[in-house]
Design a protein around this ligand. Sequence first.
Ligand SMILES: [Zn+2]
Length: 353
Amino acid sequence: MEISEIIIAGDTPGLEWRLPVFRFTGTRPEAPRTYIQAALHANELPGTALLHFLVERLRQAESEGAILGDITVVPQANPMGTAQSHFGELQGRFDLGTRTNFNRDFPLIRLGERAGLTEDFERHSAIDRLKRHLLHMALGCDLVLDLHCDDEGLQYAYIDEAFWPEAADLAAALDMRAVFLSDGESSAFEEAVAYAWKHESGGEKKVLLPGRLSATVELRGTRDVYPDLARKDAEGLYRFLAGRGGVAANDDPLPTFGGVVAPLDNIEMIRAPAAGAILFHRDPGERVKAGDLLATILARPGIPDGAVEVRAPQGGLIVTRVSTRFARRRSDLMKIACAEPSRALRRPGTLEA
Ligand SMILES: [Zn+2]
């Protein structure tokens, strides 16, 4: 294992950022190359815990000669976000300086333009340099995983239709309850990687990308950072890599994925009809029917008729829920994966800002 650091000059005097990168060299040139990062949203740490144990497992594999394809691991991909503490709370999702989501605005380039990502750096701010370094590493690989988590939630993933159903092996390996099929219409990290592959040659846009994978994995909720879960997920990812030929293993074949598969159009984003304290009646992992009571919002506490009910627009699986117990009007409450498209209008791209 080789440990190196990417050093990025800060935008103000006296500041520089250091990004540790772990590299394992494979023994077979034809084996898939893998890139895995965690905590691009700096407050989402289940992936960092997972990668701590995965690196340990990979070191053991290396000593047994079991690393077949090159593997690059970045356990904490966003030192800038990690440093943002505001009124005592880590602000890891948005860059405070530009109000930009750390997982948006990745450059959409063709694969052939990869080398240009790390050229002319004086034209880019520190955060853009970080994004370019991350994308540059990912585009040198075939399997790319960006580890995130939701607020409160089940294990699930955003996977571009171009990789489905081949990527059901990842969903099975990580014991996912749901897969959201995304449309490739955003500038999130995972979609910037897929964009480069789809536009590899400059000719026709590719619709399917066999043998490759770029996915955003949502490792449950922000508080689900525990040694047993992290070890289990690390073992799951190792089995996924074994199935794809990135590492050698004698394990049994992966089980089949039995979770819910839903295109983004079929995700009901349940929004608060009014502001107030939230009383949730249902939890992530529960199946609901159309009309079921999901939450009560105490819009005018103490007043008769002051509580507003929120009911399920259609049946489905509750995949996520917000952790706050106060709602602003129209703020998100839950994501429910459903069999039919939602009647609410959805803009192409990501579900959330
Ligand atoms: Zn995230």
